[in-house]
Design a protein around this ligand. Structure first.
Ligand code: AMP
Length: 491
């Protein structure tokens, strides 16, 4: 009990940082804009499950509905959708560990600016939001939320430029970090991706109506055609006249986040031309090549470990079986604000399928280890179900560094691989053996024959290497405290 209380306590402290995991969606010039947006957000629900919001525009006024909870619990009723009148709408799903599930942080954020209404949905995390916010507050700005996205709105509002698009560009030049944005004004829908393209954003088309979405699975659900990925550093401006592409930043090599392929995106999405499912299978196959072990059965930790386990089993020529069955009525383990919630979550979520575990040498495959909570429980569960050996294989390299670009990760001291050697991790997890995919293996699985090329960065892989591709302005100096002081809910 004590340890639970202690871990709860420390988790709250560590977890007060603003962690945003989000999905964004927008559709322009369609009679069912809000209903389509609700469907798109439903397909993106894996990117954030605590809150959702939609803003629509009917040619005269904006309507906004922002709710805590799942899209399916809030945006399926005609009464809600009907209120969101208009032929353009943007939406957002969000997960944040700040208490705060507070409604004021739920996006899209909306502001009445000099040029008219401006609604903004943001996926990603800015790394200089605190610094900018402090400056803005000094100048008299009043913030309504603790979201870094509001900094963008404030910068747009204060720009001296005339046209909204120029004001937005002005703002984007001042921010650092990761952002994929969908913006709705009284004339336009705008999509923007940061200069490195860290978080995804795609352009689609539904019978002539342009669509923007975090992932292609959100196009599929509404029957929209995939047009193309929005490029790194690109701004797409959609209005009655058509679609315009603007590239205001100096050209940079894209650094999309590798973790989208490992865990975050849905396996049926195609990111930058690559099937997420196939990438995961390939991680599994490469893992089998790198750390084969004799066993009777390969079992995934469902659901996120499934494609990698298929790849591992195929390559190792060991039968694949669902040795763990998942209860689908429990949310993602990680997406629970406390350590206690997470631990109970694992139990509520998984059960051994004894027919394929008892008396067997089991290779367990998961996509990643963060704190190690899931692995400890699952290995123990396999042993209790009578597995004779349990070998853990992880389809990504050890996570040693936190993410600051929109993926929820705890502080470094809570990352298992940052604080334990391989042998210590094996002991902690209780497995007979433990191996991770190598960094080079990960790149080879993504199609780079030479593995990771330091001279030509292919992805951002900071979680495994500490190679952060942007400055982390807010973290200079007394980093944790400074980050907390901005992002903590005040009272
Ligand atoms: P942990 O139990 O803390 O080691 O977390 C690892 C488990 O959480 C794995 O089963 C992953 O599928 C999942 N996971 C990894 N990264 C994340 C994340 N950023 N958000 C939610 N779940 C995650």
């Amino acid at each position: 009990m004590t340890s639970l209380i202690q871990s709860l306590h420390s988790d709250r402290q560590g977890g007060d940082k603003l962690h945003e995991e989000c999905g964004i969606f927008g559709v322009y010039n369609h009679p069912d804009a809000a209903a389509l947006t609700a469907l798109g957000l439903h397909a993106l629900q894996h990117r954030g499950q605590e809150a959702a919001g939609i803003v629509s525009f009917d040619g005269e006024k904006f309507q906004s509905e922002r709710r805590l909870g799942l899209v399916s619990d809030n945006f399926t009723k005609a009464s809600v959708i009907d209120r969101l009148e208009g032929t353009s709408a943007i939406g957002h799903v969000r997960y944040s560990t700040t208490g705060e599930t507070a409604l004021r942080n739920v996006q899209p954020l909306f502001a009445d600016l000099a040029g008219g209404g401006f609604a903004c949905a943001h996926n990603g995390n800015l790394t200089n939001a605190l610094t900018l916010r402090n400056e803005l507050v000094q100048q008299g700005a009043i913030f309504q939320s603790t979201s870094d996205t509001e900094t963008i709105l404030q910068l747009v509002a204060r720009s001296k430029r005339g046209r909204t698009i120029d004001r937005l560009i002005d703002a984007l030049f001042q921010i650092q970090g990761a952002y994929s944005l969908v913006v709705l004004t009284n004339k336009k829908m705008i999509g923007a991706r940061d200069p490195l393209g860290i978080r995804p954003l795609v352009l689609g088309d539904l019978d002539g109506s342009p669509v923007l979405a975090s992932e292609t699975c959100a196009l599929d659900i509404i029957g929209a055609q995939f047009v193309r990925d929005v490029e790194n550093g690109e701004i797409i401006v959609i209005n009655e006249g058509g679609i315009e592409s603007i590239k205001p930043f100096p050209q940079m090599k894209p650094r999309p986040c590798i973790f989208e392929y490992i865990y975050f995106s849905r396996p049926d999405s195609i990111l930058l031309g690559k099937s997420v499912y196939n990438c995961r299978k390939s991680f599994g196959a490469t893992l089998a090549k790198e750390s084969y072990v004799e066993a009777d059965v390969v079992t995934p930790v469902p659901d996120s470990g499934v494609p990698a386990a298929i790849g591992f089993a195929e390559h190792a020529n060991i039968p694949f079986e669902m040795g763990i069955i998942r209860n689908h009525y429990v949310g993602r383990t990680f997406i629970e604000p406390t350590q206690l919630g997470r631990q109970l979550g694992v139990k509520r979520k998984h059960n051994p399928n004894k027919a394929h575990v008892t008396g067997k040498r089991v290779v367990l495959i998961d996509d990643s280890i963060v704190r190690g909570t899931t692995s400890v429980k699952i290995v123990q569960m396999m042993r209790e179900a009578g597995a004779t050996e349990v070998h853990m294989r992880i389809a990504c390299p050890p996570i040693t560094h936190p993410d600051f670009y929109g993926i929820d990760t705890p502080t470094q001291d809570q990352l298992l691989a940052a604080t334990h050697t391989m042998e210590e991790m094996k002991e902690y997890i209780g497995a007979d053996s433990l191996a991770f995919l190598s960094i080079d293996g990960m790149y080879r699985a993504m199609g780079y024959e030479e593995g990771r090329n330091n001279d030509l960065p292919q992805y951002t892989d900071h979680c495994f290497t500490g190679d952060y591709p942007t400055s982390l302005t807010d973290r200079e100096g007394d980093e944790d405290f400074r980050q907390l002081s901005l992002l903590q809910e005040q009272g």
